[in-house]
Write a protein that binds this ligand. Sequence first.
Ligand SMILES: *Cc1c(COP(=O)(O)O)cnc(C)c1O
Length: 428
Amino acid sequence: MQTVEANVRHSLEIGGVSTDKLVEEYGTPLMVYDEGMIRRNARAFRSAFESSELDFQVAYASKAFLCKEMARLANEEALSLDVVSGGELYTALEAGFPAARIHFHGNNKSEEELAMALDAEIGCFVVDNFLELEMLHDLASKRNQEVSILLRVTPGVEAHTHEYIMTGQEDSKFGFGLSNGQAETAIQIAARKPQYKLLGIHSHIGSQMFGTEGFDQAIQILTGFVYQMNKKYGLALPVLNVGGGFGVRYTEDDQPLTISEYVTAISESVKKHYTTHELPYPEVWIEPGRSMVAEAGTTLYKVGSKKIIPDLRTYITVDGGMTDNIRPALYQARYQAMLANRPDEDSTELVSVAGKCCESGDMLIWDLMLPPTNYGDILAVFSTGAYGYSMASNYNRIPRPAVVFADKGESRVVIERETYEDLVRKDQ
Ligand SMILES: *Cc1c(COP(=O)(O)O)cnc(C)c1O
């Protein structure tokens, strides 16, 4: 890529395809995934578990990014799939994803969604609350269907980016509290219900975690609970699902561990605590979302208007914004970017990157060094692959961008760009 002739325009490449070519072929804004990177991530999770010699499932948390092609990729890479709604379930089934490897999450699954998942005979329901515990069983009884379930519990450990904290209150909308006895009550109810096959417990303690101490704390608490349920009620609880939340790099300030380091820490922790309690090793399930797809995604925008406020700030505006990436507005998320069409030029201008929506909060990046920008330059914003397109909206009636997979010099559309006709399709 560095050896191009002087008269050949040189641009950033993704999956071996030049961004010039991608923009020419598909337009902007454009979401481009390096497909090979997603596959390498999937393999890294699986191979680290294989070295641990524990039984495992790696369930991709599809809310991070899902379309039919992503579900097919997850299937090809032998992942399981977490869904949290009828819509995600429908997408997975339409893509031919094996129902037996689908896990259904969510704190308010409707009767229709539960019925749909029962019809499909999905592999596991992660039961979140007492209403669901009754409703799912009633539906399963009527069908005389056996259902595998995990119970989602809140271990009282809350993990954040840099540290974890122990919370006494377990103040969360998700799951059954361990310390207040609700998890034990739920276990007793589940164990008595004939259609239920109670596989074990689940917890998800946070997101964008850079350390592993939170996992170790949670696993210690979960193991203690499994031990008690084993002693008191003779329950085996063969599956331990420790959730997702592995950190990724959005900017240089983010220093995540490698996938293999996360998995190794989790498997060591499980072995340690299960050995202490003299329990047989469980099958360990994890649920990476962000860490599977975030860094594989890049958004390409066309630079438009520029507003220079002397001695204050220079705004450059791109042809997308909070409609395709709401994370900066929602979480003050930070991103790195560069000019894809002039990647080697020195960055000498301090700018802030605005979106085109009618909201002052529609900013993508504050204070970014770029080469002097012109109308028509292509801005590549990195690590946009998770919770970007999946949170996209049609605010201001802006059509959602196209999504492309690029790999080994080839690219293909996996989600078509929305059209204006799409925008009025449901209007009466
Ligand atoms: C969101 C979520 C995940 C994935 O979290 P990431 O931070 O994207 O890895 C996994 N499990 C559950 C239950 C979730 O809600």
